[in-house]
Design a protein around this ligand. Sequence first.
Ligand code: GLC
Length: 734
Amino acid sequence: MDKFVANLMSRMTLEEKIGQLNLPVMGEITTGEAQNSDVANKIRNGQVGGLFNLRGPEKVKEMQQIAVEESRMKIPLLFGLDVIHGYETVFPIPLALSCTWNMQAVERSAQIAAKEASADGICWAFSPMVDIARDPRWGRIAEGAGEDPYLGGQIAKAMVQGYQGVGDSAFTSNAQIMACVKHYALYGAAEAGRDYNTVDMSRIRMYNEYLYPYHAAVEAGVGSVMSSFNEIDGVPATANHWLMTDVLRDQWGFKGFVVTDYTAINEMVAHGIGDLQTVSARALKAGIDMDMVGEGFLTTLKKSLDEGKVTKADIDQACRLILEAKYKLGLFDNPYKFCDSERPKKDIYTPENRAVARKIASESFVLLKNDNNLLPLSKKGTIAVIGPLADARSNMVGTWSVASRPDVKSLVEGLKETAGDQVKINYAKGSNLTTDPVLEEHGAFGRLIGRDKRTEEELRNEALRVASQSDVVVAALGESAEFTGESSSRSDISIPDVQQRLLKELLKTGKPVVLVLFTGRPLTLTWENESVPAILNVWFGGSEAGLAIGDVLFGDVNPSGKLTTSFPRNVGQIPIYYNHKNTGRPLEKGQWFQKFRSNYLDVVNEPLYPFGYGLSYTSFTYSDIRLSVSDLTEKGELTAEVTVTNTGKRDGAEVVQLYIRDMVGSVTRPVKELKGFEKIFLKAGESKTVQFKITPEMLKFYNYDLQYVNEPGDFQVMIGGDSEQVKSATFALK
Ligand code: GLC
């Protein structure tokens, strides 16, 4: 590769090298504000390194032919797309996928996404997004892997391996594509949960928490990284040399290339750190290799070189990394490797792919409440399915589903198909999504579910009539698909007003009500949790969600999803997360208010539903923890084991979670940190012993001087089915 790339570069002009650093957008998909013009000619003139948002082997081939047959150097293009949670077969949104805690499922979803996208000409996915988020006001929490570093790291690794393949087998088939971990870095810590807002945190928090999943992706061999819009330490990530070179390349040894987010270079003018030429030069020197859409590199780097603001070596380095990526993908051997027009009908949206998506979706749902085992529903009698999201096909796939088909099954259609012929399903819309049409339109991103012209009262009266003729009500409520995702922050994260009014009236009928909750973020559900007997959080389950929800509601699948983000009781508790510090004035156990302690006057400290929480149609008990030794030496290891028993009447899966607390450190340490998990399947009445190996390596953290160390002392080990209900034991690191 080195020889090939060096030889190629030795024959390229400066302009052609700069051309490789340019990534214009093209195609009918919109994922940002600016657009590029005259792209075909720029390709002909060697001014383009890749394109994105173009789909279809014929369209891709047309552009590739211009590059390979009409430009001077005949260098093939990369073709990128936001393949975030599937392609035409859409998997649950990433936050939902993380709630499966099933890394094989996560990897499989990425493999299938890569197979489908590559069949359509795409060789580069702008995924996985692993930005840690602890503020559900931020709409892109839907797109990530939740609040925990360790779980985020496991998911990053599974996704990268799913897209690219593993080790030497990576990029060896035309069903494998290059991944792009994003948004590097810390984008999920935007102040006040407002998208693109300022990020500011200590280095020690970066290293111990927020950077961890990106590092895991680099260790898994991710081929590219995408820089984030936000600033870090007062310098936008896209011009931050410490972030892009000191950490990413020098400390982590990243060998791939860095692409900016959408016009992120140009936006540094608004950040206030210089004009387009200045910020383009700063980006290149920071370690950015490819400029998405903004054409700052294309239009200013030659001038900056002439003025000594960048060097030839800077440009060569960026160009080399992009040519290496094309080499790894096999594009120089066969530029049309991903342009087989026979593949779409064979590989895309196949029954096999959809069956996998249906199963994974049913594993991603989180059962939040189920009083008196109202669920699962019997497959007999009359069910009223009511709500603005009950018959909204376009809503099922959630945000960032750029390749989804419009004809996926709605909830009503899915229930009718899974209920069997003993059940009568009646439907009523019940209400619009929101009272305010402007809010609905802002939160739709063009994917409106349609407003009913009838008044709120007319809609509700029809719903109450349908409810009165049924044995049970399934209320399909929550957010629409684009109420989360990019540029979809909310200051009030409750179920929209008109839907809450509908739900209250449905509860007054006295019929049992099941809330099937569609959402891309944790919502404040305090009164729903008090008033509604059963709540199933289905997030946005993808193209097969309608069927998967039926599978779970009727008990063909026992729900096993566990939350990966804390659900606050109100917005005032935010940021709220399980791996918090103890502070110097912690509340005493069992207390919710003590003067001069760290608490609120008007609400408890705990979330409504904690990290790791999720119910099942069966129940599990945990034995006390058994430790193999009570002292762990530097070269030693310790085994912690519990016996888990399925004490209910149904087979089911349980996510056994391992948390560790470092009781005393040279810096303050979290009250607990996830350090392992195992998803087990237990038949009714069955018991299984689960063992976790604890090593000194697992106890390391970044200290005040950012050295990665462990420190002798006492540790608490906790094991349970969520981050609060745990058995515990102690050991010492000697
Ligand atoms: C968007 C998103 C990023 C996406 C890119 C290309 O603004 O921030 O996640 O990959 O632009 O669509």
